[in-house]
Design a protein around this ligand. Sequence first.
Ligand SMILES: Cc1ncc(COP(=O)(O)O)c(C=O)c1O
Length: 465
Amino acid sequence: MTNVAETQKKTTGGYDPAKYDLDLNDWPTIVAPPPGPKSQEIHAKTAKIMKGLSGQVRLFPVVFSEGKGCTLTDVDGNKYIDFSSGIYVTTLGHCHPKVSEAVAKWAHRLMNAHDFTTPVKHALLEKMMDVLPGDFGGVQLYDSGTTAVEAALRTARAASGKHEFLSCFADFHGKSGGSVSLARMNKIYGPTRAPGFYMIPRPDTYRPWWTRPDGSLDTEKYLEFYDKFILEGTTNQVAAIVLEPIQGWAGTIMPPDDFFPKLRKWCDERDILLVADEVLTSMGRTGKWLAVENWDTTPDIVTLGKGFGNGFPVTAMVVREKYAEAVDKISASTSYGGNPMACAAALACIEVIEEEDLLNHAKELEKFFVKRLEQMKSEHPIIGDVRCLGCLMGVELVKDRSTKEPFDQAGKLVYQRAFSKGLAWIPAGHILRMSPPIVMTEKVAAKAMDIIDESIGEVEKELGY
Ligand SMILES: Cc1ncc(COP(=O)(O)O)c(C=O)c1O
């Protein structure tokens, strides 16, 4: 195993901004206000057949036809800057040549070999063990974040001999039986949570539940509540606490710096496994392989997804060496998990991150983003809070800074304005969520932030601020 400092040194070429430079006279360019006529026509026909489209698509039914690096193009010829990496997925930008070539090579050679070992699977697993920090020693490969989370639940049960789970308010972990029972339930998912799944509050630095007399967030109070909850609300058979290091969908909700180290100790003292669902936050998104490294914490089980394959459906569940025996009892056999194309994609992603020194570049971008976000906050009264770690950001819009009342209307309008100016990003409630590819140059990042800044200004004016 190597530590973070060592892995970050293992770069060969370094970040080359020229590779990702864009002519800002050309990007973004809107020739037909989105959704343009061609998008509308193709989408209308598609939507007659495809059901259950996301709010994002319903709000802006644009039909994308091409993606390269940090850009997207639609069928009407509109050119966008991608400021969300698709849906937190294309961390290395669209169609990174090394990733595309790796997938193509195996698409021509061997597409599927069940869970037999292949040379490329062997190479990926060794590479993962090389770069991941801590004492990880067991991996299973899957094809969605949800299935990796389900595997984590099975493993936690096998390793602990217990069957109950704690998860946190506003977390998201997927859409199947177990993973959905870890998350906020609503009518999309059916009438009830599976037995043995319980939710608890987690510390949110902007909206703390429990504070010290000086108003600062009191992490200890949360942990005390967890103890009380286990005593009163469970049968004391808690196998694990499962949580996102940073809550992505909920709006880039950051924990206080002492939360993960204290939670690690709390878990150890109670023989409860710590499961970090890093489907959204891993593989460079926060400038580290794992987001929990930002707080020097090693989980017992971690799930990887989204940026792990940069768009190719490949995910993983990784366990510490001491649980390798337990995970060996859990069958890893799936139709697609760990197929040669998937392994090639994930391996190429890790190599690109190393070769292009992208963990460091994401941290450099973080410095730029933090400064720019703070500047925006000082100029816009509707911004209540700004948050950023690596290339994962959140801007919380409020009607009034003293009451912190969420400003959903403003969020929707800002999203629409910026999209119409050529910024492809994720729709907001009252929290603007940004997750640009970590390969983005500071010049392009600055342009994207200018579009958001300008859009917030216009919306403030429109709403009388
Ligand atoms: C933290 C987290 N876990 C799990 C999932 C589910 O992943 P997938 O959509 O690949 O099944 C997501 C998806 O957004 C996620 O953000």
